[in-house]
Write a protein that binds this ligand. Structure first.
Ligand SMILES: Cc1cc2nc3c(=O)[nH]c(=O)nc-3n(C[C@H](O)[C@H](O)[C@H](O)COP(=O)(O)O)c2cc1C
Length: 184
């Protein structure tokens, strides 16, 4: 499989620290990983951590342009795949509403056909009917959902909503990318 470019969109949840691991694991597998961080994500984890493990500049401002004046968020359309981890309730809602006022939701508006999201939130948020409606809307729009899992939450108890572990996210992405490259 030739080296592929993956946009890693990071939302602002406590699972951000696991997204750094995912960025590192994808990079070690030979992918070119471009990190995109929402403003809230930057409150949890510095862009520098993602830049350090991917050796790529992170996109941290949705109004950022390149030297030609082209929106760097919209360049996500040229990637082979987009992965959003963690996908917070807020980010999922914005995506389902077709909004694009942060680097990740803007990139999601032009995401390539291979697109994944990894919800991460507490169990009450996960069960919220508006969140469930938005999750279904994304799935109908060809966003492949990975997780969430039943496990330890930041609240201190075990319940559904925990972001899938980076190993599992990586395995799911590899499986889909592999089957996709066999088809083409
Ligand atoms: C300590 C802390 C942890 C949070 N964890 C989550 C979370 O795991 N999932 C979630 O959906 N929101 C979580 N939130 C709320 C989000 O940070 C908030 O909705 C934010 O606006 C999401 O921004 P985004 O659209 O950039 O993801 C948390 C907030 C705080 C203060």
């Amino acid at each position: 499989m030739k080296a592929k470019k993956i946009v890693l969109g990071v939302g602002g949840g406590i699972a951000c620290y696991k997204a750094v691991m995912l960025a590192s694991q994808l990079t070690q597998k030979g992918f070119e990983v471009i990190p995109f961080l929402t403003p809230a994500a930057q409150s949890f984890v510095q862009a520098l951590s993602f830049e350090g493990v991917t050796q790529k500049h992170a996109v941290v401002d949705h109004l950022q342009v390149d030297e030609r004046g082209v929106s760097v968020s919209l360049l996500a359309a040229e990637a082979d795949a987009m992965v959003i981890a963690p996908a917070t309730a807020d980010l999922i809602g914005k995506m389902a509403a077709g909004m694009g006022n942060d680097p990740v939701s803007l990139a999601a508006l032009v995401a390539p056909d291979l697109r994944f999201f990894c919800p991460a939130m507490n169990d009450r948020m996960w069960k919220n009917p508006f969140v469930q409606r938005n999750v279904e809307a994304l799935e109908k729009a060809n966003w492949r959902r990975i997780g969430p899992e039943n496990g330890h939450l930041a609240e201190g108890y075990s319940a559904p909503g925990r972001m899938a572990e980076p190993d599992r996210i990586l395995a799911s992405i590899l499986e889909i990318l592999h089957s996709h490259s066999e088809d083409s």
